[in-house]
Structures are given as structure tokens and as C-alpha cells.
Design a protein. Sequence first.
Length: 366
Amino acid sequence: MSAPFDPADPAGDSFRQAVQSAITGFLVDQRPVLAGIGEELEPLRLAAVDYTGGGKRLRPAFSYWGAVAAAGQPVDAAPLLRAVSSLELLHVSALMHDDLMDHSDTRRGVPAAHRRFGAAHERAGGSGPAGDFGADMAILLGDLLLVWSMEMFTTSGIEPLRLAATGPLLEAVRTEVTCGQVLDVTAEAGMTGGGRESGLDLANRIVEYKTARYTVARPAQIGVSLAGGTADLQQAMLTFGSPLGRAFQFRDDLLGVFGDAQVTGKPAGDDIREGKRTTLVAHAIVASTPGDARALETLLGRHDLDDADIASARRIIQASGARAGVEADIERAYRQALDALGAASMTHEGRIALTELARQCVQRSS
């Protein structure tokens, strides 16, 4: 795999295709491994192929361009691409478990893993409840993708000393995103905070660990480490990535309530049905009238909401000023991230690419 990619289009077609090629090659190599265990494993591998196709590829992009920020583009990008693409397997691993916990029906335009395997159970006339089988297989697929993400990274061809130096960052991102998910689940159940922390502060804490570090900061730091970058640049990637990751999630929160389902690929208002305690919702509950706040609370987490219910939730959020407030939060965090980038010492290509990735994180409709 040759370099360079275009820093003005850092997650464009050529980059995404290169990431896809690295992932596809890895999954093809797993075919004989799984075949040696039994033919029952092939449906799991084929599901991995399907669910790792597409997506924004933001985590590999931030990691790749973090490396470029430290040392420029490599002549042979294949080892670096394989290493950073392993983050996509980690991401899809989390998505498999997320879809199960959220009771989602689809993922990237196809049935979610638990639905896919539940349907396969029904077609085969399997024993026991099809839903239980689907859930079990979705958990196992997520676990397998997590294991594979580690294998793909360690067999990337990157110099062993740099792989070892980067290990703590990978351990951190795996721990942080899992713990962020725990915070999210317990918040939805009303079991987090215990009155010692405001709903808004709790929502921001969840965002920091579930999204900001996981999507931007740690991937960029991993790239810097893989390229042998300085400790100062590592810190700059955290200072840049934390506010940008928050802005990215805040945009997701807005799209989850007000987005166009034809563009986002998610049913309108799904975040309300799932009861997500987002920063947007926290803002709305704090700023609404007592009656509106109670009404919004009763809508959260109800999977039977119809279009009229979603419209009511939107009205409450809009009237509270929360939508405008989150837009202001996005702009503030975006500017903070750009200021951090401007103050850091890095290659010209890296600065161009990371600046463009930042723009794409906040100025989007899906």
C-alpha cells in the first residue's frame, strides 16, 4: 500500500477504501482458522464482513493522521494502515453489543446482529427461543471482533518497540469506552450520580469517556505513538481531541432527535425511545418548565412512542432552548479544539488533515 493520501480529504474514498482493504484482508485470513474449528463459525465471519463494511472510518483516520502529524506520511503505508484499521474492529465490536442493549433492528442498512442470527435460527428450526440465540450470537460476535482487533494491531508489521509503547493507549481506550458504556446504561436506569452530580455534569462525563476519548483523542494519540512522536504532541492530541469528541457527540445528540431519518439512517427520535440521557436531554430537563420537564421524563425510554410523541419531545426540547444551547456548546468546543491544534508543533500535512477532520465532525447531517 503506497502513500500519500490527500490531507485535504483525510477520510475520503481512497482512505476509506484502503482501510476496507486492510480489514477485508484480515477477515479473509481468518477463514481457514475458523474452518479448522468447524463450519459453524463461517456465518459469524460473514457477519463480521458485513458489519465492518462502510462507516465514516473516523477512528482510523484520526489515528493515521495523528501519525502523519508526528512524522509525515510513510512511503509504505500498509503496516500503519493495518494498525489503525484495527480500531474499526474495536468499534464494530462495541456496535454489536450496543445494538443488542438498545434493541436496535438495523445496523448500516442491514438487520442488526441479534436480529440476523435470530432469523437464521427461525429458518433452521433451531431449538429454544430464536431471540435468545440471536442475542447470544451477537455477544459472541462482539467478543470475537474485540479479540481480532488486538490481533490485527499486533500483527500489523509496525516496529515491535513502537507497538509496545502504544499498548497502554490501546488498553486505555478499551477500558474507557467500556466504562463509558456502563455509565450510559446506569444513567438510563436512573442509577448513576446519586444526587451528588447534576444531570448535565453526568451527561458530559459519559460523553468524555464513551465518545470523546474513544473517537478522537485516543486514536490520535495512538497514531502519534506509532510514529514515535513526542510527549508534547501526545498531550496536544488529548487537548485537541477531548473537546472535538464532545462536539462530535453533541452533533449526534441533535441528529438523534431532530435529524432526517432518510439521511441519518436511524428512525426519527430513536434516542428518545431508547431513553438516552444525552447532554441535549439534560439541558432540556434543567431549562424546561416543571410540567414540560415531567412530560419529557415520561417519554424517555418508551419504545412504543409514535410520531406525535416524538413531536412532543421535540417541542419541549426546542422550547427549553436546549437545541440552541447545544449548538452553542458545539461551536465552543470546536473552537477550543482548533485552538489546541493551532498551538501544537506538527507537520503541515498533519495539521491540514486534522483541521479538516475536525470540521467534518461538527458540520454534518448524518
